[in-house]
Design a protein around this ligand. Structure first.
Ligand SMILES: [Ca+2]
Length: 310
């Protein structure tokens, strides 16, 4: 159509002839282009087939590597779980080896003395201490009160002051910030043996400090010092992990405490009237008689404070 628009009517024949020649040359050119395109299409098809084949080979290799990586990942995961389990069982024993170093002569004498007293031979009281003027801040006597509680409960306190009891961290803070207090802890195992630990300058920080165990003072007693390892530790509960372990001591070992990593004691753990402990979740005071026997869960504890006499 375009050709006719430019043809002079009088020269129509010549124009048509020209057009025929032109159109022929156009057709020939188109044929050539089509041939060329088909040739290129064939080359491209062959190239696509080649690439598809290569990709298939790569896919097979990739799948092989993926399977291999999954196997390795599974192995690492299984190994990691085994190590985690081992870590958990060792958590409370971290400092055991240090503490099991040979006892020097002074310690031997102290230990011999403490074990020879009537107090340490299955008595149920602390005869040398009149506890009438002490304030009870914690007590465990049976399993009727759950000590696996959240931050709010440990902050305000719970239980019965005459039975299983925790006075509350805010109360501990307010009491011990006002004046110097000493702390007395009485313990009893399932066989009726008793021990005590006493500290002459007990102080707990404010909630802003997460009720850090700020001070203990000097230790004395028969149960060994299982609290100094927790000095300067923040209080932790199941919903407030303030310990220095990568996981949560409170959630895994139970009860709120001034956990470190996780430490030497935990008097708010699970109560087991049989006195045994499965997995360091019980009422623990590791240093008692220097036994560091973590299979023992105590069946009684009482923490008391009173203003320090001069
Ligand atoms: Ca932690």
């Amino acid at each position: 159509m375009t050709i006719f628009n430019f043809c002079n009517f009088q020269l129509l024949d010549a124009c048509i002839s020209s057009c025929n020649n032109y159109c022929y040359s156009i057709d020939e050119m188109k044929d050539n282009q089509i041939k060329q395109l088909r040739k290129e299409q064939k080359i491209l098809s062959e190239r696509i087939d080649q690439l598809t084949s290569t990709n298939t080979e790569k896919d097979v290799k990739t799948q092989g590597r993926t399977d291999e990586m999954e196997t390795v990942t599974e192995n690492i995961s299984a190994q990691s779980e085994e190590e985690d389990t081992e870590m958990e069982s060792l958590k409370f024993k971290l400092v055991d080896d240090q503490l099991k170093e040979p006892i020097d002569d002074d310690d031997q004498q102290e230990l011999a003395h403490s074990e020879s007293t009537e107090y340490n031979e299955y008595s149920t009281e602390t005869p040398e201490i009149d506890t009438s003027d002490w304030i009870v801040v914690q007590r465990r006597i049976d399993n009727t009160v759950d000590f696996q509680r959240n931050w709010k409960d440990y902050k305000r306190g719970f239980g019965n002051p005459n039975g299983n009891y925790f006075i509350g961290l805010e109360n501990l803070y307010l009491l011990t910030k006002a004046k110097r207090y000493e702390l007395l802890i009485e313990l009893r195992d399932v066989n009726g043996a008793t021990g005590y630990a006493r500290y002459d300058n007990f102080a707990v920080g404010s909630e802003i400090e997460d009720y850090t165990l700020n001070s203990l003072g000097a230790y004395s007693g028969t149960a060994g010092d299982s609290l100094s390892a927790h000095l300067n530790m923040k209080f932790s509960t199941i919903d407030r992990d303030n310990d220095i372990w990568e996981r949560s001591c409170s959630s895994i070992y139970n009860g709120g405490w001034w956990f470190s990593n996780c430490g030497h004691s935990s008097l708010n753990g699970i109560f087991n009237s049989g006195g045994g402990d499965k997995g360091l979740i019980g009422i623990l005071w590791g240093s008692w008689k220097r036994s560091w026997d973590w299979n023992i869960s105590l069946i009684y504890s009482k923490m008391m404070i009173r203003p320090k006499m001069s």
